[in-house]
Ligand binder design. Structure first.
Ligand code: SF4
Length: 505
């Protein structure tokens, strides 16, 4: 009989590093997890800030608890079994590891183009990493190397680019944050892999192929341990989630099994989430509960009941903002047969995240801003545009022909260039250059009624620029709580890149 993949759900209501360490070291022992060699921990810090984005990232106490557990398990610290939670986890308890950890590091590439140094600083990781002498890899500052992915597994590309520390690591530990996601419904372990790519590569296929891309990335490296921070989970959005006290830590060694159990925890069938289904179809692991042994002191049925009110946000943008809002969306059809009625992985989701960022600054922004008509996809027929509406045609795939103010307008699709793009050397996605380019496009079109917004996808940060500029509202990209430090960290990032290029690459 084939051995079932094991997933452990443990109760944990507090961000107490000692408690987390005890729970995680117990979990590692029972799963027979023995970190050794080059160990790389990947948290989720897509964005982090204690006041502006407090619920979006793997908490520092969680990271510290896991580091302490690794040290205890590997014998670097006399953690042994003292303070064991002795929860109802069945299975073997292993002896000491036979090989030493040669490097313990934490690595990440955060989101929306800002430097990962900014996210780590505002997640409070610095003191934790210094206290435990853990090495830091900011993935955008390291060399990027190609890793082949197998065509036999029906992947979208034949290779992907990843930071060298990911390619070199021998023991990958995945520490996602349990969150809902407006593009993929949930972000757990598999989705956390988006952060193993630098922005230049991360946005390749971050469109209708996002779910394929997530499954492709699993071929780069399989995690040898996964621990999900579900102590306080995030609902609805991924950058600006509302907290949900889930009170759990989920652990396992198989990416699909852990994500499948995570889905069931919030009453979702994992088959309905394409990237989890794709990864399983490619042989990464099981997603059927019949093939998974769910253990721990927090029964799945109890957590499902507790999570009945957990909220998702899976709305099409033309039904997202209300008929009275000054932002109205017209959605057409999309180029890929895989999902012709909507582009879940690209511009529409980025618009939703951008709107939630604007609302975090000003809750009534959708009624205060100037009127914007947002048009995306292949749209047929006339646009019923109000006289004072600015029309944004967003994304490379967008196409429309008609009249606005009695003048002919012909928007041509440029979709497809990205597919042919050399995956080794895509254009730079440098934060300053990107911002300058976007602002220049806004300025050049400031008196126009019809604006073409290129990109596939158009990023969240760009959406914030365009909505702020043409809606005439404060641009959060220039918030003084962010802008000074983002630029300071950008300079450090640039220096880090140069240093690595000169001395390490
Ligand atoms: S341009 Fe935007 S909406 Fe169109 S396919 Fe690309 S990401 Fe999707």
């Amino acid at each position: 009989m084939t051995k079932k993949a094991r997933v452990i759900i443990m109760r944990c209501d507090d961000y107490d590093a000692d408690l987390i360490s005890r729970i995680v070291s117990d979990g590692m022992r029972h799963l027979d997890v023995r970190p050794q060699g080059r160990v790389l921990i990947k948290p989720n810090t897509v964005i982090a800030h204690p006041r502006l984005f407090p619920h979006a990232f793997t908490r520092k106490e969680f990271l510290e608890g896991v580091i302490m557990a690794i040290n205890a398990i590997s014998g670097l610290v006399s953690g042994s079994t003292s303070g064991s939670t002795s929860g109802p986890i069945s299975g073997p308890i292993s002896g000491p590891t036979s090989r030493l950890i040669t490097e313990l590091a934490v690595g990440e590439r955060c989101g929306i183009t800002i430097p990962t140094r900014f996210a780590f600083k505002h997640a409070g990781y610095g003191p934790v990493l210094r206290r435990h002498r853990v090495k830091t890899y900011y993935f955008e500052e390291t060399a990027q190397v190609p890793v082949a992915v197998s065509r036999q597994m029906m992947t979208h590309r034949d290779h992907v680019m990843v930071p060298k520390p990911v390619a070199d690591c021998e023991f990958f530990i995945n520490l996602p944050k349990f969150k809902a996601h407006p593009w993929t419904r949930l972000t757990l372990g598999l989705k956390n892999y988006i952060g193993i790519q630098d922005d230049r590569y991360r946005l390749i296929d971050h469109n209708q192929f996002l779910e394929h891309k997530i499954a492709d990335l699993q071929q780069v490296i399989q995690p040898k341990f996964i621990a999900i921070d579900a102590i306080s989970a995030g609902q609805r959005m991924m950058l600006t989630p509302t907290p949900f006290p889930m009170g759990a830590i989920v652990m396992g060694t198989n990416a699909c099994a852990v994500d499948a159990v995570g889905c069931h925890m919030v009453n979702v069938d994992p088959v309905e989430i394409p990237h989890i289904r794709f990864a399983s179809e490619r042989g990464i692991g099981p997603i059927d509960l019949a093939d998974i042994a769910v253990e721990g002191d927090f029964p799945l049925s109890e957590i499902q009941e507790k999570n009945r009110t957990f909220e998702f946000y899976l709305k099409h943008i033309d039904h997202s903002f209300g008929s009275n809002a000054n932002l109205q969306c017209t959605v057409g059809t999309f180029p890929e047969k895989y999902s012709p009625d909507y582009c879940w992985g690209g511009c529409p989701g980025a618009l939703q995240e951008a709107v939630h960022i604007l609302k975090a600054y000003s809750p009534d922004v959708l009624h205060r801003m100037g009127k914007i008509r947002y048009v995306v996809g292949n749209v047929a027929g006339p646009l019923d545009v109000a006289p004072d509406e600015t029309v944004l045609f967003v994304g490379d795939c967008t196409r429309w022909r008609g009249k606005i103010d009695g003048m002919p307008v012909h928007i041509k699709s440029t979709y497809g260039r990205q597919k042919k793009r050399n995956n080794h050397r895509p254009p730079s996605n440098d934060m300053l250059l990107k911002n300058m380019k976007t602002i220049a496009n806004c300025m050049a079109n400031r008196r126009k009624r019809v604006i073409r917004v290129p990109g596939c996808p158009v990023s969240v940060a760009d959406h914030v620029h365009y909505l702020s500029f043409f809606g005439g509202v404060t641009n959060p990209n220039f918030d003084r709580r962010m802008v000074v430090d983002v630029n300071m960290q950008y300079m450090k990032m640039t220096a880090g890149r140069i240093k690595n290029r000169l001395f390490q690459d």
